[in-house]
Write a protein that binds this ligand. Structure first.
Ligand code: ATP
Length: 235
């Protein structure tokens, strides 16, 4: 059984007076992909914001590699190995590809401030476009850049928010291969928020389906049948 890297239980999250997440449990294990699914507005992005510390949670226990995490900053969580690739990618359009990648150095010691070669093995196009401005890349290339920037931080836990959204099929395939490779290396835990059902199903080891901020279905691929998952996702 793969080791638990992240264990969150009974998570709640509010925006002002609106409660968005209520009693969510999620686990991420090394060498596994946990897929978070559900229709628009159920709270998938909010869950990733809570895990990455970009929005404070209102309650719940958060344990990362055996350490209890209080309400801390996203920077501190990045230093502890949590990398977040947000929906919409949020690369810096006026910085070059190299400069975008180098922003990942912020949470690393100075001795690690070099872009490792494996980044370009995973995403060869980024090497070719190192001097191009991020904003001049296609949507799919920007998504690859956003994932690469997250990998620069040497994460233990990689959070991906809808990496296939608005992206052409050949790049979706490449991104799927990268996720599979990272998972199969067995070190990293990956949480994937994804509405593209076949993509999510092919990559996922564990699934959590949300409905209006609460868990509707949770379990492993062995426990949940494909059609059961598909019908839960379309609720
Ligand atoms: N900053 C915010 N302030 C207030 N409400 C918000 C904020 N961000 C999101 N919401 C609301 O919280 C709910 C959950 O949003 P969230 O983006 O987490 O859902 P989601 O499942 O990721 O949706 P989608 O699939 O459309 O990205 C929605 O009703 C949304 O309108």
């Amino acid at each position: 059984m793969a080791a638990d890297l992240l264990n969150i239980s009974d998570l709640t999250l509010h925006y002002g007076g609106s409660q968005i997440l209520n009693g969510v449990d999620i686990t991420a294990r090394q060498g596994q992909v946990t897929c978070v699914m559900g229709t628009n507005g159920v709270g998938k992005t909010s869950l990733l914001k809570a895990i990455s510390g970009t929005h404070p949670r209102s309650g719940g226990d958060y344990v990362l590699t055996g350490e209890e995490i209080g309400n801390t900053t996203s920077f501190e969580l990045a230093r502890k190995g949590v990398a977040y690739v947000p929906q919409g990618r949020e690369i810096f359009p006026f910085l070059t590809v190299r400069e975008n990648l180098e922003t990942g150095f912020a949470c690393l010691p100075r001795s690690d401030h070099t872009i490792p070669d494996y980044i370009f093995d995973l995403f060869p196009i980024l090497k070719e476009f190192l001097s191009r401005r991020g904003g001049d890349l296609s949507g799919g290339q920007q998504q690859q850049l956003a994932i690469a920037r997250a990998l620069i931080t040497k994460p233990k836990l990689l959070l991906l928010d809808e990496p296939t959204e608005g992206i052409q099929p050949n790049i979706i395939k490449q991104i799927g291969e990268v996720i599979r490779l990272l998972r199969d290396q067995g070190e990293m835990a990956i949480i994937l928020v994804e509405q593209f059902f076949e993509f999510a199903y092919s990559l996922g080891d564990e699934f959590l389906v949300l409905e209006r901020g609460t868990p509707l279905l949770r379990g492993s691929k062995c426990q949940i049948g494909k059609e059961q998952l598909r019908s839960a996702v379309s609720v």
